[in-house]
Design a protein around this ligand. Structure first.
Ligand code: NAD
Ligand code: GLY
Length: 361
């Protein structure tokens, strides 16, 4: 076994098979799943073109089919879920079918949610192929589709049988997508791993050049932050809220721009700097530390400020819709120095406006 096994504790614990190859998955399944089991690989055209054959080549002892979904966030919909159900039935899917979700966070969420409700739940393995999916979305069991009323509003906690992480898939990932994962990785570093923050700081060149060893180290450390947090708090009753760092501010901006002209990673990047400014005003992070965060994000071309034309009050109003809020009270995550964070339930709207103002250029 050349890969590393990391156990995620949850209502149904599961391993992350880290550094495994796509071709080896079949062999792993042969020891765990009945011979000739029905498997459906769900992917999108881009990922399938690169990687489906590698996965399928190991599945010769199974009855393996594929369902290819068009690419894009808009595919995380109830309509697409209904379509997948029809396709799965045509392929003879039943309660014993195993779903392999091969792709980024969109496929992981969509195929994962399908697996969670088809015939009241069938087996699922996550095969994350983006940096974001490897460090974040494939871990922790959240699966969902979107609703016109908001992102990920219809979903479930559905732990997979395993997460199968092949680092080599990141080699074909466009830089724009790497940046989305990098923003979440810097988030993980800031809330829980100062050494990871320093590692990213000292390996900027290697990261930009996509050095394999650097990526492996960074991805492994980043995903361990998520593993530790969700293993302690599967259902987001406390500590898991820390993973929302940068997201309340970021979502408000994404909503304002109707998700156009801004990527999720860019939203998170700006959101982290806004939250850090609020923390600075409260005296729990220093100016020098906030500058380090800004410099790091900017060194990768991630944005750290907003334009003067933005209505700060409107942004605060957008933050009211955050799913993490409770009883009308905004719940914000604030960095405590570099490498720790706190859940803040008493931030006033005035402080939040000040934080937006601090990052307006
Ligand atoms: P994505 O799934 O849309 O993938 C980004 C793009 O990269 C797509 O166009 C895809 O075709 C392409 N791609 C994927 N893997 C590739 C590869 N190896 N080589 C080349 N191209 C590849 O985006 P994402 O950033 O991975 O995920 C975003 C989604 O994840 C959002 O829907 C978000 O809500 C969700 N999410 C879920 C969780 C969770 O806990 N479930 C956490 C964070 C984000
Ligand atoms: N991405 C936040 C979470 O999984 O809780």
């Amino acid at each position: 076994m050349r890969w590393q096994k990391i156990e995620v504790a949850s209502s149904k614990s599961y391993p992350i098979c880290l550094g495994a190859s796509l071709e080896e998955l079949g062999q792993y399944l042969e020891q765990r799943v009945e011979t000739n089991a029905h498997i459906i690989v769900i992917s999108n055209p881009v990922v399938s073109e690169y990687y489906a054959e590698k996965v399928m080549s190991g599945l010769t002892n199974f009855q393996a089919d594929q369902i290819i979904v068009p690419a894009g966030e808009e595919e995380k919909s109830l309509q697409r879920l209904e379509w997948i159900t029809g396709e799965a039935l045509k392929l003879g899917a039943d309660r014993k079918t195993l779903v392999l979700a091969l792709g980024g966070g969109v496929i992981g969420d969509l195929a994962g949610f399908f697996a969670s409700i088809f015939m009241r739940g069938i087996r699922l393995i996550q095969i994350p192929t983006t940096l974001l999916a490897q460090v974040d979305s494939s871990i922790g069991g959240k699966v969902a589709v979107n609703h016109p009323g908001g992102k990920n509003l219809i979903g479930a906690f559905y732990p997979p049988l395993a997460v199968w992480t092949d680092f080599s898939t990141l080699q074909t990932l466009p830089w724009k997508e790497v940046l989305d994962g990098l923003a979440e990785t810097i988030k993980h570093a800031l809330i829980a791993d100062r050494e990871l923050f320093e590692f990213i700081q000292s390996h900027q060149k290697q990261i930009i050049e996509r050095d394999t060893a650097t990526f492996k180290e960074m991805t492994s450390r980043s995903l361990m932050v998520k593993v530790r947090i969700v293993s302690e708090d599967e259902k987001e009753e406390g500590k898991r809220m820390l993973l929302n760092f940068g997201h309340s501010f970021g979502h408000a901006l994404e909503t304002e721009l109707a998700y156009r002209g801004i990527t999720h990673g860019q939203g998170v990047s700006i959101g982290m700097v806004a939250a850090a400014n609020l923390a600075k005003a409260r005296g729990i992070i220093s100016s020098a530390e906030v500058d380090k965060l800004i410099n790091l994000l900017e060194s990768f071309g991630l944005p750290t400020s907003i334009d003067k034309d933005k209505d700060h009050q409107k942004l605060v109003t957008n933050m009211q819709a955050d799913k993490k809020n409770r009883g009308g009270q905004k719940i914000l995550i604030l960095p405590k120095g570099l490498g720790q964070a706190v859940i803040c339930k008493d931030c006033s709207d005035e402080e939040i406006v000040e934080a937006w103002m601090a990052i307006t250029k």
